[in-house]
Structure formats: C-alpha cells, structure tokens
Write a protein that binds this ligand. Structure first.
Ligand code: GDP
Length: 508
C-alpha cells in the first residue's frame, strides 16, 4: 500500500506569510526545513549565475521548488510558487500540477491583487482551496469583514473552521469551531506552545461573534469544497504557530488525492497502470558552464520505477530515467519509486520541454498547460551581429523552458520576446549574457500585445495573414501570431475578421 498523496501549492500576495507558513508546515510535518533551491546533481562549488544574483538582490524566489514531507501516514508534496509581484508563467504552470491549494491572506490586508490572480487560475482548473487567514496575533480587520470579502471577491461560499479570540494586543488564542477548544498563547513569545483550553470561557463579544458566524455562514461541506464552490477558512498565525497543525490536518482529511488529469484521447485516471506524467517546469542548471536541466514531471498514473523508459509524446526517442530526483525537504534524493501525485526531477540536456507528456507507450497527451498571451513585448537588439545564431538558440531554449516567449516577425529581422511579468526580462538578459555569452539589449517593440490566431477554414486564415503581414509573426513552434499595438486593436481587428479567432492562451 502506498500512502495517500496530497499535492498542493500555497497561493498568496507577497508578505502575507507564505514563506513562514511553508517553514512551519515542514516543521510540523516533521521535516527539517531546508529552504527551497533545487540544485543540480553532482554540484559542488558552483558559480552562481546572474539570475541567482537577481534573486538575491531582489530578495525573491525566481525558481519554484518542491518539498515533500510525511505526516501520520500521508505524503504531502508542496509545490512552491514564486511569490513576487512580477508574474511569470512558471507560477501559472505550477498550479496545473497540484490537486489543491492553500490561500494565505494577511488579516490586516484581506484579498490582495496577486492572491486574486492566482485564485483565478485555480478556479479555471477547479482547484479546491483552503483559506488561512494569517497574522491574527497582530491587529487585523474584523473576522466578519474578511470572510465577507473572500465570499464577495472570489464568489465562493466560506465556512469558518476556527475563530480568533481577539487580535493584536487582545489576542487570546484561536477557537476551534469543531471541538470548541481554544489554543492559547503562552510566555513572552505569546506563541502556541501546546496549551489547549478544553472548556474555555470566551469574552462575551467573542462568544456573540461566534454565534453569529455559525448562524450566518455555510457549514463545511466536503463536496462543495472539492468542487471548488466553498472554501473552509482557518484563522491562525504562522509566526506564532497557531493553526498550522490544524491546516495539515485539514489537508490530510479533506484535500483531494490525485485526480484524473485532462488528456487526449481521454482523461487519465491515477489508477491507470501505465506510467504517465507531464512536465510543468524546466529549470536550467545553476552553473552556466553546464547546459543540463531538470524537468519537473508530475506523475499522473502508474508506479514509476528508477531506470524506466519514458517517451515524450510527439517528439523524441524514449529516455531512460536513471537518476530521477525526489524532493524530500531535508535533501534531494534519488528516487527508486514514485506514485501518482509525486513530482520527480528528470535531469536532461534540453530534450524535455514544458508541456511535454511522458509515458511508457506515448499514445496519450496531457492538455491544459497553457501559454499565456504576453503582456509585455520587447525587441531584442543584438550588440554583436555575428552572434545571431547564438541568440536564436538562446531564445529558443528559453522559450522552451518557459522563461519567455519568442516571436519571429514575418517581415524584418528584429525578434520579439514576450513576457507576462517584468522580472522575466531581467532573467532573460542576465542568462543571455552569463550562459550564452550574447550581449543584447531590449528595446520597446512597436507592438503591445500578441494573440495566437486560428480559423476553421485555412483559406480565411491565410487571407487574414496576407493582408496583415506587417503584424504577423511565428512563435517557436511555427504557430501564427498576430502582433497588435493595443488590446483595443485586437478587438477592432477581431470585429472585422469574424472568421478568425484571436486566442489569449495557447495549449501545448
Ligand atoms: P511571504 O512574502 O508571503 O513569503 O511572507 P513571509 O513569510 O516572508 O512574511 C512576511 C513578513 O510577515 C515577515 O516579516 C514575517 O515574519 C511576518 N509574518 C509572517 N507570518 C506572521 C504571523 O503570523 N504574525 C506576524 N505578526 N507576522 C508574521
């Protein structure tokens, strides 16, 4: 018997407490914390490439990582999503590889911009969400106000599972609404050190709030939660250890195990015997001298065994996976076996791409890993014209990894790159320089946005392309792309060419 899997991510706005909560989850989950970076195998003293420097300078985590811990017979795979404000496609794609999410909200701030964007991605895929309202040890907004905000902005039912007994200076613990017990702060730190009050006397105003809350909000309903219609809400403090054990317990009891994954010709059930999975992230070696990469694959079905041969659907020969990596929080381990819901790292030399399906027989293809229409376009200006080839290789590589998208205009030789967030541009430039020795700059592009185009009738598509050649480009996979000066122009052109579809996402 393999243990049940809970593969999840934490979504939040910067500063809400994701890092603190992650550390505490690992700590309470019995894993010694070792913060995030996944280093390539066999690495000893490696030069840090420039994008690692960016990461340090800006104090953010550019790279996602995977942390595994076990608690009471359940295996948890926590996929880290970069929490910085600049959005990258990495973040979105990581959410395609989880079965549920924990949404962390700062009690003083409520729902913030990034939380909301990430939530929308979860909703697209019906990923169920447990809410953790953090920092109740500080002065925050009233619990009712926060619950109503979640319900209004996210259009979800909310089911409070616990309740803060005061906040800030008046904070006296967290009431578990199921058991009626209160976890109490203790000592100078005012942290939770294990003191539980079985028969608490609540301050009258808190008792009244609780009564109102229980009458006014939905009761927890496991089906509604798993369908993505209801979110259970836990109040706590990651810093002071309130609500963390309860959160692990909630994940273990309610969060869904690996679900069937959308695929062609048919969805793949985790019970399927054949080993299948998809690559949701590719990370380059941190050492610019070595071009090997790690592809992060989510296992969707079957029991993976070390040395197994897996074939990427649609391209390439079978690859024997001799040194797969599993991500236990203490260190990375070479995996002998992995089960649906697990993430394995597959070292490779650039053969594996984001969006690839890997399987034993190569007759299945996972769908739903989107490319997103870029929000920022830039023209790449090469400083040394003899480096054109290297530049093309670099741009193709990075498009493969999902660092940026690249568009090759039909007219002219100024290649255009597209990103969803500013940070991706910094990563691109420093890697061009460090890894590919290509000095390049970025200039404003004459376009502001891009859409993939399609039509039922190839003749309609061709007619459109012929008439708009100056705005046409190809992406890395030769798909036609329309470059527009503004979102308004997209709308205008779309009205004039009703037979052509203008797509903001492209599935691979
Ligand atoms: P992230 O940006 O979401 O990863 O947030 P961090 O975990 O880095 O936390 C941001 C800041 O909030 C740090 O100074 C934390 O110490 C602080 N913080 C996190 N959780 C709590 C909490 O429960 N209570 C209080 N008072 N501060 C917290």
């Amino acid at each position: 018997m393999t243990s049940p899997r809970r593969t999840f991510a934490i979504i939040s706005h910067p500063d809400a407490g994701k890092t603190t909560l992650t550390e505490k989850l690992l700590y309470f989950g019995g894993a010694i914390h070792l913060a995030g970076e996944v280093k390539a195998r066999g690495a000893n003293r490696r030069a840090r490439s420039d994008w690692m420097k960016i990461e340090q300078q800006r104090g953010i985590s550019v790279t996602s990582s995977v942390m595994t811990f076990e608690k009471d017979g359940v295996t948890f795979n926590l996929l880290d999503t970069p929490g910085h404000e600049d959005f990258s496609e990495d973040t979105y794609r990581t959410l395609t590889a989880v079965d549920s999410a924990v949404m962390v909200i700062d009690a003083a701030r409520g729902i913030e911009a990034q939380t909301r964007k990430l939530f929308e991605v979860c909703r697209l895929r019906s990923v169920p969400i447990i809410t953790f309202v953090n920092k109740v040890d500080r002065e925050g907004r009233p619990a009712f106000e926060l619950l109503d905000e979640i319900a209004d902005i996210l259009a979800l039912d909310v089911a409070p599972m616990s309740w803060p007994v005061g906040m800030g200076g008046l904070f006296e613990g967290v009431l578990d609404l199921t058991t009626g017990k209160v976890s109490r702060p203790e000592g100078d730190s005012r942290a939770f050190l294990g003191k539980v009050d079985d028969a608490p006397t609540l301050p009258p105003e808190v008792a009244e709030e609780v009564e109102l809350a229980q009458a006014g909000y939905a009761a927890f309903d496991a089906d509604a939660y798993r369908n993505g219609d209801l979110t259970p809400v836990y109040f706590g403090s990651a810093l002071k250890d309130f609500g963390v054990a309860e959160l692990i317990d909630a994940l273990s009891r309610h969060a869904p195990p690996p679900r069937p994954q959308p695929a062609e010709p048919a969805p793949v059930s985790p019970d399927n015997k054949e080993v299948t999975g998809f690559v949701f992230k590719v990370q380059a070696n941190m050492d610019p001298q070595h071009r090997d990469r790690i592809a992060f694959m989510r296992l969707c079905s079957g029991t993976f065994k070390r040395g197994m041969k897996l074939t990427p659907t649609g391209h390439g020969k079978p690859i024997a996976v001799h040194s797969p990596i599993l991500f236990f929080a203490q260190n990375r381990e070479v995996a002998d076996e992995a089960f649906p819901g697990d993430i394995i790292g597959i070292p490779n030399h650039g053969t594996l791409r984001v969006g690839d399906t890997l399987s034993e027989r190569a007759d299945v293809r996972f769908t739903g890993l989107p490319n997103f229409a870029p929000e920022i376009l830039r023209r790449v200006a090469l400083k040394d014209p003899t480096k054109t080839k290297q530049l093309r290789k670099a741009l193709d590589d990075m498009a493969e990894e999902g660092v940026t998208q690249v568009f090759y205009p039909e007219i002219g030789s100024n290649w255009i790159i597209g990103v969803v967030g500013q940070l991706q541009l910094d990563v691109l430039l420093s890697r061009l320089d460090a890894e590919y020795k290509v000095a390049a700059g970025l200039e404003p592009a004459p376009f502001d946005t891009a859409r993939w185009i399609a039509a039922d009738d190839a003749a309609d598509l061709k007619a459109f392309m012929d008439l708009n050649r100056a705005a046409m480009a190809k992406d890395r996979d030769d798909n036609p792309v329309f470059l527009a000066k503004s979102a308004w122009e997209v709308g205008y052109v779309a009205d004039r060419y009703p037979k052509v579809r203008f797509l903001a996402t492209r599935e691979r």
